[in-house]
Design a protein around this ligand. Structure first.
Ligand SMILES: NC(=O)C1=CN([C@@H]2O[C@H](COP(=O)(O)OP(=O)(O)OC[C@H]3O[C@@H](n4cnc5c(N)ncnc54)[C@H](O)[C@@H]3O)[C@@H](O)[C@H]2O)C=CC1
Ligand SMILES: CC(=O)C(=O)O
Length: 313
């Protein structure tokens, strides 16, 4: 499958590299307004092919996204220390207003994977533009909390000393400060994580839970303080989403699409557990929430809805 990546900076290039290392995509086309950067990234990634999979990797213009099955959207500004994701909205909405129509002209049948922040609002912005070209919302998928869910699983796994693949736990709502760690259904080995921790001699105290919540919620800020941006986690997450689409996996991931109603808030893009396949998101699971989780999800949805309403699309 041909996969386009628009925005060949840290996130886009790492996504392309992660796809190559997983064997996702037979042709990867990197597009960026900085054509020299796109060309350099494509060359560098091409040189990894003998160690990975034989994909064709190159840079190109929008016209070369013709026939792509997936297009990753990772162009735009990233956060500087002290900025929130929502602070990027007006700058990145203007950039998307310029790039999305060009992408849609070249590859109207693709599944679009949005990474640019604030990713939920950018997903809704993209879906609104795409709808004018007849593209259904299920084909405009934001990476949403796929990264936060990965962070949650990784930290729980570290605490319990088990593989992250054995931990099933989701982060819902905004990819951002109001996100909701869905503790009430978090499981390891089929047991609630608290019970698994007790049996494994690694009890999860309230202080442990608060520490994990804080580390997940504030991961981006901490990493940005240390190295200026984040790219490995999201690169791997985007490659995994692309694989679900390419292989029509019907796999579950927490990701963001425009959703008719969530916790009483109508028409908002945010993350819930969703089934992903060749045609995009094919179904959404409605999570079982405690009263407190429901309230937190409603708050998160409200923040995102208000942010979208402040953008001119
Ligand atoms: N969804 C998530 O979980 C995550 C999202 N991000 C977001 O991804 C986005 C990209 O971040 P980085 O790769 O670190 O930034 P970067 O600055 O390394 O790359 C951004 C690229 O976009 C390109 N670009 C800007 N305007 C463009 C336009 N009009 N047309 C084509 N290309 C354009 C730039 O030339 C640059 O190469 C940011 O919004 C960042 O916040 C970053 C990490 C995680
Ligand atoms: C930057 C960002 O959104 C993250 O690493 O979560």
């Amino acid at each position: 499958m041909k996969i386009g990546i628009v925005g060949a900076g840290a996130v886009g290039s790492t996504a392309a590299y992660a796809m190559l290392m997983r064997g996702v995509g037979s042709e990867l086309v990197l597009v960026d307004r900085n054509t020299e950067l796109a060309e350099a990234q494509a060359r560098d990634i091409l040189h990894a092919t003998p160690f990975a999979y034989p994909a064709r990797v190159r840079s190109g213009g929008y016209g070369e996204l013709d026939g792509a099955g997936i297009v990753v959207l990772s162009a735009g500004a990233n956060q500087k220390p002290g900025e929130s994701r929502l602070d990027l909205l007006s700058r990145n909405a203007a950039i998307f207003g310029e790039i999305i129509p060009q992408v849609l002209d070249a590859s109207p049948d693709a599944v679009f994977l949005v990474a640019t922040n604030p990713v939920d609002v950018m997903t809704q912005v993209s879906a609104a533009i795409a709808a004018k070209h007849g593209v259904p919302a299920c084909r405009v998928i934001g990476s949403g909390t796929i990264l936060d869910t990965a962070r949650f699983r990784a930290l729980l796994a570290r605490h319990l000393c088990v593989s992250p693949k054995s931990v099933h736990a989701h982060v819902l709502g905004e990819h951002g400060d109001s996100e909701v760690l869905h503790w009430s259904t978090a499981k390891a080995g089929g047991l609630p994580v608290e019970e698994a921790g007790r049996q494994l001699g690694k009890p999860l105290t309230d202080a442990d839970r608060a520490h994990i919540d804080d580390e997940v919620r504030h991961a981006a800020a901490a990493i940005i303080k240390g190295k200026g941006a984040t790219w490995f986690g999201i690169g791997a997450g985007l490659a995994r989403l692309a694989q679900m689409v390419q292989d029509d996996e019907q796999a579950l991931a927490t990701c963001s699409i425009l959703t008719p109603e969530v916790a009483g808030v109508k028409d908002v893009a945010l993350s819930l557990p969703r089934l992903v396949g060749r045609s995009g998101v094919v179904a959404t699971l409605e999570p079982t929430l405690t009263g407190e989780e429901e309230k937190a999800l409603a708050r998160s949805a409200g923040i995102l809805k208000a942010a979208f309403e402040g953008v001119r699309v």
